[in-house]
Design a protein around this ligand. Structure first.
Ligand code: SAM
Length: 240
């Protein structure tokens, strides 16, 4: 196959998602309950990662064995719970950043309910500011907040060397539903959300275009989920 993405129809894409989910390590019952709780409680629940992404997070964390995880964009706490599950071996500290009072309350409730307060630390406030207060290194960093903030977040992470020498940054939604590739790339997107994703697409296209020119890092944009960019130090020894 010379291309990188199969041309699935919308309906087939849903079937493929379900097929992948059924053929992957399952998320825990707690995660499944929390996912369903979020889905039914919040009108903007599509901000939450999918169930299959939860499996991906658990798998990735078990594979990379981070000692510290940083997440920018907590929402209802689903991904933080997945990072927690994936780091039971390493007992990693999970630091998650969120500014919405409503979502801070929802996440805190979930973290208490599922007994993860021992390792999950939620830092409240705009990530543009809270990120600046962080010290030390993180082995796995998940960027999943406001899309017009990605460029600044990644610059800060690299400038402050918050990424450990062999760590990885994972940036979610870098396709902006396809609109970072082109404004005509998501005919299925409804008109209610299209303007929002169009502006995200512009910001993320700029982010994607500039990031690959940054000589400090190796960058890989993968056509999975809504586009995931992986970033690592080009030379972990010097992090020049
Ligand atoms: N990581 C979550 C998950 O996988 O379920 C989803 C995160 S959701 C896509 C993005 C979150 O980032 C929202 O809860 C939003 O309130 C938060 N957010 C947006 N802009 C932010 C900012 N400038 N500072 C902190 N949080 C922000």
């Amino acid at each position: 196959m010379l291309g990188s993405i199969l041309p699935f129809s919308e309906e087939t894409a849903d079937r493929v998602s379900e097929y992948c989910e059924n053929s992957s390590l399952p998320i825990t019952d707690a995660l499944a309950d929390h996912w369903e709780w979020t889905r039914t409680r919040f009108p903007d629940a599509d901000k939450m990662s999918s169930r299959l992404q939860g499996s991906w997070m658990i798998f990735t964390a078990r594979d990379r064995k981070p000692k510290r995880v940083l997440e920018i964009g907590c929402f209802s706490g689903y991904s933080a719970l997945a990072w927690y599950e994936g780091t039971r071996d390493t007992q990693a500290e999970i630091v998650t950043l969120e500014y919405s009072k409503k979502m801070i309350a929802a996440s805190r409730e979930a973290f208490k309910k599922y007994g993860v307060d021992d390792r999950v630390k939620l830092i409240e406030g705009p990530a543009e500011q809270t990120l600046q207060t962080l010290t030390g290194e993180f082995d796995l960093i998940f960027v999943d907040a406001n899309k017009d903030g990605y460029a600044g977040y990644v610059q800060t992470i690299l400038d402050k060397k918050l990424l450990s020498p062999n760590g990885i940054i994972l940036c979610d939604n870098v396709f902006a539903r396809g609109l970072s590739v082109g404004p005509d790339c998501a005919p299925w997107l409804n008109d209610h959300v299209r303007p929002y994703w169009l502006s995200c697409g512009q910001a993320l296209n700029e982010f994607n275009t500039n990031l690959v020119k940054d000589k400090r890092v190796d960058v890989l944009l993968l056509p999975v989920f809504d586009g995931v960019t992986q970033i690592r130090w080009r030379d972990p020894a010097t992090r020049a």
